[in-house]
Design a protein around this ligand. Sequence first.
Ligand code: 3PG
Ligand code: MG
Length: 404
Amino acid sequence: MSNIKSINFKDKKALVRVDFNVPLDKEFRITDDTRIREALPTIRHILDQGGSAILMSHLGRPLEKLDANGNINKQKFTLQHLVKHLRKKLKARVNFADDCVGKVAAKKAAALKPGEVLLLENTRFHHEEEGGDEGFSKQLAALGDVYVNDAFGTAHRAHASTTIVARYFVKNHKCFGFLMEREIENATRAMKNPEKPVTCVTGGSKVSDKILLLETFLDYADNILIGGAMAYTFMLAKKGAVGNSLVEADRVKTAREFLKKAKDAGVKVLLPKDSVCGDKFGADAQVQVCPSNQIPDGWMGLDIGPSAAKSFAGVIRKSKTVIWNGPMGVFEFPAFAEGTKAVAKACAAATKKGAFTMVGGGDSVAAVNQLKLAKKVSFVSTGGGAMLEFLEGKELPGIKAIHE
Ligand code: 3PG
Ligand code: MG
């Protein structure tokens, strides 16, 4: 593989896979442009070197959300929604091709001049994208001279534009973009020989989603802090009463086995001592704080409690490396946001004291953004599922394809 800095982009057309799968509101306005902003340095670099950039991305899952007539909802999922914003951010000419393959794409790509950008329509408008179809990948590859993958958020998908397309570029004609490089570098720094003590914080609703991650943490963590609804499956494993909290009854054994493995490995696992409970799942629920193993029937744990928040924050503040994936509670509801807030603030405080702190995974990232703390931690990943799989130690197909 090549490094982006070692490729000469002059008069070249770079085919760049970005992850512009950004949230849009009902009027199709971008509500969080982080993923676009983070991809700008790569695009700018190509243009500044005298090259042109052909950008391809997916947006949402259009094939899973067909309209009433069974057709793709192009109005909703078109990448056209991003053109104006891109022009503004790049201060460059941004053209749009209303199909990512075929005559229009080929013609517009061929007409690109140095310093110009062409944004291709949603790659997922073709089922060949997710199927990793070779013919479709070849058509995409034919548009550019060089392939740059900067779509870390989609690197866990072996799709045509993220993975298969790379086969049609020789080694010194493909590379990662700057964002991809940074994501890999930071996650690797956290996982390989991290400075101790290492604290891994995880939350979210399901043990089944996070068990692989938890087991990988056993390899290098000193402390594992577990919040979110998944904590109540652990409480069940410890024979606690969890009322109506969300649990996975079929994962109680998994949780019990994990606690045993952690003990054998000498890794400290902290479960929330207390919980902020609600009498229903909603912003307007009645609220009371209960010990997490004595939640009354009719009540459910929706956030870690104040004493748990204090002890979690204490451990985080004393750490030299922190990896955080998953919120502590339903932080979208103010009554259940304090636990996640406490963790975010403790991460910021640890960073200030010189710790390396990394936040990955969609919901915890949304939390640090909402709290305006993103700049106060060492690194915020643009990957949700991709970062989770990377931290689980999996080889992501989009990364492997560049190395091959
Ligand atoms: C994401 O937001 O998770 C990525 O863009 C990948 O999207 P996907 O989960 O629909 O493959
Ligand atoms: Mg996803």
